[in-house]
Design a protein around this ligand. Structure first.
Ligand code: ADE
Length: 257
């Protein structure tokens, strides 16, 4: 079973992890999620977790001491069951959400979904004292990760995003293993195109029908139509993906789009 630890000053922000896909995976014993309050590792009357930045400037920086104590205690709590190698050397991958990190991609979600143990450290304020990242970087696989080119008030929402992307890839979590085979961004998905439009009953809704080809029963034509729609949507919404793709993946009809 995969183990996930999250250290935060807002444990209630992670409550959505009790709901839906991730909540069900936990209830089924496919995922062991442990949420920790960083303030438990403070020792002053005000449970202080931040202080002013060296060198001046706006905002506050998270102090290294509570993070160090929290992470040491969590790492030491590993009982070896998180270690796929079985040598008792259980070590988590440390995932640090930050807008300054490397992009979180489907590829990284797949890679992290294969690890036995992840520890997330969502920060508030201007981030965590750099020495914490350096200290654990010497001992653990540390990944500083950004979920996109925008700045949020803290790393908790990015943790929700990443955990959902990772959890749905775990064996047995999605009912139908094929349902992520064609995901937009899945490795080898329709030549890296976005997914096209989908339809269900009723056949007429507010005067709008569905494309005839989907009723034709012709699997070859349906597959080609889906691929063409995926291509069209990718050209419109993500031309950068088309430029990055292998030209051999496209044919004459695509060039007319
Ligand atoms: N914290 C604040 N903004 C973030 C982002 N875009 N990605 C990850 N962590 C963040």
């Amino acid at each position: 079973m995969m183990r996930l630890d999250v250290v935060t000053i807002f444990p209630e922000y992670l409550e959505p992890l009790n709901v839906s896909l991730v909540g069900k995976a936990r209830a089924r014993g496919q995922l062991d999620v442990r949420i920790h309050d960083l303030r438990e590792w403070t020792h002053d009357r005000h449970n202080t977790v931040d202080d002013t930045p060296y060198g001046g400037g706006p905002g506050m920086v998270m102090k290294p001491d509570p993070w160090g104590e929290a992470l040491d205690s969590i790492i030491e709590s590993g009982d070896g069951s998180e270690d796929a190698s079985g040598d008792g050397g259980a070590r988590p991958v440390l995932v640090v959400p930050t807008p300054s990190g490397k992009p979180f991609t489907q590829q990284l979600a797949v890679e992290l979904s294969e690890k036995p143990w992840l520890v997330f450290t969502p920060a508030r304020y201007e981030g965590i004292d750099r020495r914490v990242i350096e200290e654990y970087g010497d001992r653990l696989d540390v990944r500083e990760v950004s979920i996109g080119d925008y700045v949020l008030a803290g790393g908790e929402a990015p943790v929700l995003v990443m955990v959902e992307a990772i959890a749905r890839l775990l064996p047995g979590v999605l009912g139908n293993a094929e349902s992520h085979r064609d995901d937009s961004f899945a490795p080898g998905a329709m030549a890296d195109l976005l997914e096209g439009p989908v339809y269900t009953k009723p056949p007429q809704w507010r005067g709008r029908g569905i494309p005839d080809v989907l009723l034709s029963g012709h699997h070859g034509k349906i597959a080609r139509w889906r691929r063409d729609e995926a291509f069209r949507r990718t050209v419109l919404n993500r031309p950068d993906l088309i430029r990055r793709a292998d030209p051999a993946a496209f044919d004459k009809k695509d060039r007319e789009t």
